[in-house]
Design a protein around this ligand. Structure first.
Ligand code: SF4
Ligand code: SF4
Length: 473
């Protein structure tokens, strides 16, 4: 039904048609099992199961990122929070064990294990979301300046809100809040909605868009820059990194050659260098962005209004257009889709894919004050869309959340998107279209399973072909 294999066919340029690659054990064929076009390894593992095991480990990578952030924030003396963390850790360990040589050769049990990973993804996003709101307060919608900066400046990119709070506190402790301004980049944008971060008057605004514009933005930025989680661009990828490597700091697990590491939460070297650098110039735009629609905020502020608007026929459909941004024209599809969404529909988004269309003023649903653009936050806040859908289904007496007028288009790039997708599938969410490209780890058997069980697909590149009916509804 969907052109899942279109790109794969185009890309088939190698003499050998690689069906899988596994070289994890001594029994491996020379160069790795599958490296010469075989569809089965020496142990008997076939290419589909090998790919499903790859998918498991990709999901675990995304899961581990959220698990780490949750661990930084939760109270380990709280038995409930500790129990959830232990449950997640058990799934990580069990799933890694599952992928060992000669453990499991059963397709259905591979799917069941993937659903376990997805379920752990649901739990970790809820845990992290709770930890964020407990530590930083429940976000409120806020308008943020975009590409406007002054004074000495630190530009923070990544996802780690805890690190941002620690930095702001240290600047305050040193009596430098009037001298150093802090700005967000990419997935740090939602920081502005959190009350305990917003109270710092030197947390000023946002600069740039999604992670990959960092080489241009950091090159132009004459203050210091911090990347506190994944989605850093290394010098191996771009020569522009040398323009700012002496002003670039990384945090915890993040690292590239030549950048300085913030050790043991000591922000003083970063602050000291910022003071030595000239004031920021070249960022004086009048643009504004809106963020801060955590799902708790949405349910609290708009829950009853949304239900009324649905019942009165003023709100006809909810679109979830969310996920990772990456370079390339193909992702313009998601902007085109957002712009084509009718006025009596709303758009829920999260993650850095929102930068494809968050410059647009989508206004409110006619006859209501419900905003048509709702930014739930970072990628880990994607659980908010499910919470909103479940609350609406419950209030309307709709048994299956898939029966709600919801359309889902997800941008994917890396493994956090994979754990989010597995989480949605584990909740039984259907009719998801992802893009812009088909995952190369999926083969025909995996695709057939996803299509038959979840009506899952990949965007065609034509919004009317994919969503014509929904856009006209
Ligand atoms: S686990 Fe199986 S497929 Fe993987 S390298 Fe060993 S023999 Fe080959
Ligand atoms: S949403 Fe995805 S691509 Fe974007 S910064 Fe986060 S992890 Fe990276």
């Amino acid at each position: 039904m969907f052109g899942l294999f279109g790109k794969k066919e185009e890309n088939k340029t190698n003499a050998c048609d690689l069906k899988f690659l596994c070289w994890q054990c001594e029994m491996s064929a020379p160069g790795g099992c599958g490296s010469h076009g075989e569809s089965k390894g020496v142990c008997g593992k076939d290419s589909t199961k090998s790919r499903l095991q790859d998918l498991m480990t990709y999901g675990l990578r995304g899961l581990s990122a959220y698990r780490e952030h949750a661990r930084e924030l939760i109270d380990m003396n709280n038995p409930d929070e500790r129990a959830i963390l232990t449950e997640i850790d058990d799934v990580i360990a069990e799933t890694l064990y599952f992928t060992l040589t000669n453990v499991n050769f059963n397709f259905d049990e591979h799917i069941a294990q993937l659903m376990k990973v997805g379920n752990a993804g649901v739990k970790v996003m809820d845990l992290l979301s709770e930890a964020h709101t407990k530590a930083l307060g429940i976000p409120a919608p806020v308008e943020v300046t975009q590409n406007k900066a002054e004074g000495k400046g630190i530009l923070v990119s990544g996802h780690n809100l805890d690190m941002l709070e620690k930095l702001l506190k240290r600047i305050e402790e040193r009596g430098l809040s009037d001298k150093i301004n802090v700005y967000t980049h990419s997935e740090m944008l939602p920081a502005h909605g959190y009350p305990h971060l917003k109270k710092f008057k030197n947390l000023k605004g946002n600069i740039g868009k999604a992670w990959f514009d960092q080489t241009d933005i950091f090159s132009k930025w004459n203050g210091t820059c911090v990347v506190n989680t994944n989605c850093i661009v290394p010098p191996e990828k771009s020569p522009k990194v040398k323009n700012y490597i002496d002003r670039l700091y990384t945090y915890k697990i993040v690292g590239i050659e030549g950048a300085k590491k913030i050790e043991n939460d000591n922000f003083d070297p970063l602050i000291d260098q910022t003071l030595e650098l000239p004031d920021i110039t070249g960022f004086d735009s009048d643009e504004k962005l809106v963020t801060g629609h955590h799902y708790k905020t949405v349910l609290d502020a708009y829950g009853a209004k949304v239900l009324d608007a649905i019942k009165e026929g003023k709100l006809k459909r909810v679109w979830v257009i969310a996920g990772c941004d990456a370079p390339g024209k193909k992702r313009d599809y998601f902007r085109e889709l957002a712009l084509a969404v009718p006025k009596d529909h709303i758009i829920i988004t999260s993650s850095c894919g929102k930068f494809r269309f968050n410059d647009v003023d989508f206004g409110t649903v006619p006859g209501t004050d419900i905003p048509r653009y709702i930014d739930l936050g970072q990628c880990n806040d994607s659980n908010g869309a499910v919470h909103i859908a479940l609350a609406v289904a419950n209030a309307l007496g709709v048994e299956d959340v898939n029966d709600l007028p919801v359309s889902i288009a997800l941008l994917w790039m890396e493994q956090k998107a994979i754990i989010i997708l597995l989480a949605l599938l584990s909740l039984g969410i259907k009719d998801i279209l992802i893009g812009p490209n088909a995952p190369q780890f999926a083969d025909e058997a995996i695709v057939n399973f996803l299509v038959e069980n979840f009506n899952f697909g990949v965007i065609s590149g034509d919004i009317h072909k994919d969503f014509g009916k929904e856009l006209a509804s």
